[in-house]
Design a protein around this ligand. Structure first.
Ligand code: EPU
Length: 418
């Protein structure tokens, strides 16, 4: 098993390039199922969830070739509608997008219930509600979900009861090839949603998002396309939290500042200098930051995917602060791991209250992707040499974490254990 060894207490300095966004690369990869032609996707992050999604499509008959380090060609012309990689599907949340695309292409789909990170139930009833309103029949049985079009699916009006990134994207995927216009109200407006819409439109779809409403006018077919994935806002913001923990002067290149701006203002209010210029952002922090209180909420507000890393960073601030979690009520497993390093965090209901403390080295375990990233933030700011186990969670979503942190002067090694 691999683990990370981090020697904390070094200021970060230098420049790194932010990778493509995992949470839009995954639905774009699955969306190629709707296109019986060659698609070339650029800026694909080399993270394990992406490799897993590509394996799932390959096992179903897709042709997948890496043309360059971050460019992948996918041709699903000869895809069969039966899924094979049950284990990979059941470990991965994004495999839920197979429901939308296979339903659209083959009129029916049966997949194991999609899994995901370990922070409580991850229901899919909003996805199923959308499919049912389009005319499908949905059945959950023995750990599988089965969906089939009773007759032909029909465009319709759908209002989500809850804002959901996954349900929004899945319903778009299921609707792009239907006759007529499907509207989705109360939709998610995360950049990942827009990334998928841009991809589909470049392939010939007619999808428009206006605020929290999406109009999806069906087209008869889609064509091959060359498309570049948006930069990963969560990866970029994770580096903000690392800088907040260590201090220093770093530049992130290849970012879309608009996606970062809500959170960037919070970091600025805490005393971090944030300067954006075209697709770069320079971050500077030399004194301890002051504290902050944040509440997670759907985009454009503070992202739940930054919650654990932000809480870890608060340990190193002058005043501490709090994070109120409004999306995933169980996303607090990182607290007990940070406590091993001396963090002083109390949880009450859905709020983590963080007091400033001097963190020291410890051996810790990542419990999910962002909780793992929080431990990296903690270890970089702590004194001494920490280890982080269960690295497999972290590599699901952070490309070349050790290479990037090392190039900023952080002391981090990926080592092999027994
Ligand atoms: N929800 C329901 N019913 C549904 C769908 C969602 O109640 O049918 C609830 C969820 O339980 C949650 C809220 O709605 O409380 C939002 O869930 P959403 O559907 O938006 O999340 P998701 O699509 O499952 C994606 C990302 C997550 C990210 C969330 C929120 C992927 C593969 N995952 O999940 O990313 O936290 O959106 O932005 O895109 C991560 O990258 O670490 C990660 C967990």
């Amino acid at each position: 098993m691999e683990y990370l060894q981090i020697e904390g207490g070094n200021r970060l300095r230098g420049e790194i390039r932010v990778s493509g966004m995992k949470n839009s690369a995954l639905p774009v990869i699955f969306a190629t199922v709707l296109i019986k032609d060659e698609c070339i996707i650029e800026n694909v992050p080399r993270v394990s969830d992406v490799f897993c999604a590509l394996d799932i499509l390959t096992s179903m008959g897709a042709r997948v070739e890496w043309c360059e380090k971050h460019t992948v060609l996918i041709d699903t012309s000869w895809l069969c509608g039966e899924v094979k990689e049950y284990e990979k599907i059941s470990k991965m949340r994004a495999s839920s997008y197979l429901m939308g695309v296979l339903l659209a292409r083959f009129d029916s789909v049966k997949i194991p219930m999609p899994g995901g990170c370990n922070f409580g139930g991850r229901p899919i009833e909003q996805h199923l509600k959308g499919f049912c309103l389009l005319g499908a029949e949905c059945l959950e049985n023995n750990g599988f979900v089965e969906i089939c079009a009773k007759k032909h699916l029909k465009s319709t009006k759908i209002t989500l009861d809850k804002i959901s990134v996954g349900a929004t994207i899945n319903i778009v995927l299921a609707s792009v090839l239907l006759d007529g216009v499907t509207t989705i109200d109360n939709c998610a407006i995360e950049p990942h949603v827009d990334d998928v819409i841009c991809f589909l439109n470049r392939a010939g779809a007619k999808v428009i998002r206006k605020g929290r409403r999406i109009y999806c006018e069906g087209v008869s077919s889609l064509h091959g396309v060359k498309y570049r994935i948006f930069p990963d806002m969560i990866e970029a913001l994770t580096y903000f939290t690392m800088l907040g923990a260590t201090g220093g002067d770093i530049t992130l290149t290849g970012v879309n500042y608009e996606h970062l701006s809500y959170s960037a203002i919070i970091f600025q209010s805490m005393g971090m200098c944030v300067d954006s210029y075209y697709d770069e952002v320079r971050l500077r922090a030399f004194d301890r930051l002051s504290g902050a209180r944040v509440v997670t909420a759907p985009y454009p507000f503070f992202p739940t995917d930054l919650h654990p890393q932000f809480a870890a960073m608060l340990c190193f601030t002058k005043d501490g602060g709090e994070v109120r979690e409004e999306i995933f009520p169980s996303r607090f497993a990182y607290i007990s791991e940070l406590e091993r390093m001396g963090a002083n965090i109390t949880k009450s209901n859905n709020v983590a209250r963080v007091l400033p403390s001097e963190l020291y080295a410890a051996s810790t375990y990542a419990t999910d992707l962002r909780a793992g990233a929080a431990l990296v933030v903690g270890a970089l700011g702590a004194s001494g040499q920490s280890t982080i186990n269960n690295v497999n969670y972290i590599v699901r979503g952070y490309e070349d974490l050790t290479g990037k942190i090392s190039s900023l002067g952080g002391k981090i090694k990926l080592l092999k254990g027994e």
